[in-house]
Design a protein around this ligand. Structure first.
Ligand code: PEP
Ligand code: MG
Length: 324
């Protein structure tokens, strides 16, 4: 397979009807960037920064972070890079923060909700990110945003920190602020948030968990946790449409992005930037080349009227086999 895919890997993602679709990579370490580009990524759609912070006894200094972010931007050579600010709490522990144990950690004090109380930690990360933007254009994304107040708070913080860096004479390049759409309230948030942010990325892993009230890691209810759920597909479609109306750049970066069965549904919803594990890019690019985006819209509309995720899956498989 590797040999057969090799010529395709370095080509841009294109559907059978000639629509460009950027296939980007999710990474968890700066050192993974090279491998991601070699695997055919057109950019880094999600750099999860938790690994830089966790499994150690103290947070990384601003300089260590700056070097890591700069490394990814250097490897990208102008291609898109999205780096996510710290997403801890819930399933992502971090010992030295001494976070209290909670009854409902997935619904608790995590990610963006921690930043006001850990302002030094947060501002060091933002300083490192903004400084790194002098190396190449940088998209900075914040996890678990649920309300407009959070968006406004972030906007103010980022601009204050940027001014501070400028007053210190430190260089800043092109940077964009965005949020993850991984709490269902994002659907009703984006149009108003658009005054403060530039882009949004759908985190389908958490979005599905919160939409269906279904723990993403609990094997007992795994049958419920399926991204082909017809209601969930409507949510994805509506979030994408809302982002487009608000002129926000939109991407998807959950595991769903690497699932070939989901691909026609994502294209049908209008998504044209999809980020996934590097190992999935070759296969997804190949499948993309066989799909017609107009037919994908119909596939999605047919999925809306299905009764279950299983029915969606079997219909999609049958339709893509028939139409292509
Ligand atoms: C997501 O929730 O879809 C996502 C990309 O973030 P993580 O898997 O890191 O929670
Ligand atoms: Mg998430």
């Amino acid at each position: 397979i590797a040999q057969r895919l090799a010529p395709l890997l370095q080509q841009k993602g294109t559907s059978r009807d000639g629509e460009s679709v950027s296939l980007l990579a999710n990474i968890a370490l700066a050192a993974e960037a090279e491998g991601a580009f070699a695997a055919g990524a057109e950019g880094i759609g999600l750099f999860r920064t938790e690994m830089l912070f966790c499994e150690r006894s103290a947070p990384p200094e601003e300089e260590e972070q700056y070097q890591a972010y700069r490394h990814v931007l250097e490897q990208a050579q102008g291609r898109k890079v999205v780096i996510r600010t710290l997403d801890i709490g819930g399933d992502k522990p971090c010992d030295y923060l001494n976070l209290p144990s909670e009854e409902n950690p997935f619904l608790g004090w995590r990610a963006v909700r921690l930043y006001p109380a850990f302002l030094t930690l947060f501002s060091h990360q933002v300083r490192a990110l903004l400084r790194a933007s002098a190396t190449g254009p940088l998209h900075i994304m914040v996890p678990m945003v649920a309300t407009l107040e959070e968006v406004k708070w972030l906007h103010t913080q980022f601009h204050q920190i940027a001014e501070q860096l400028q007053s210190e004479g430190l260089a800043i390049g092109e940077w964009h602020l965005g949020i993850m759409a991984e709490v269902p309230s994002a659907l009703y948030l984006l149009e108003r948030a658009a005054a403060y942010i530039d882009f949004v990325s759908i985190g389908s892993n958490d979005l599905l968990q919160y939409f269906l009230a279904c723990d993403r890691g609990n094997p007992r209810i795994r049958h419920l946790y399926n991204h082909c759920d017809p209601g969930f597909l409507r949510l994805l479609n509506d979030i994408t449409a809302s982002a487009q109306r608000a002129k926000l750049d939109i991407c998807l970066c959950g595991e769903m992005g690497g699932d070939p069965t989901a691909l026609p549904l994502l294209l049908g919803a209008g998504l044209r930037q999809i980020s996934m594990s590097s190992g999935r890019i070759g296969q997804v690019k190949q499948h993309l080349a066989s799909l017609d985006t107009t037919a994908c819209r119909q596939t999605l509309e047919d999925a809306f009227s299905c009764e279950s995720a299983n029915e969606v899956e079997s219909r999609v498989k049958a339709q893509t086999a028939q139409r292509n």
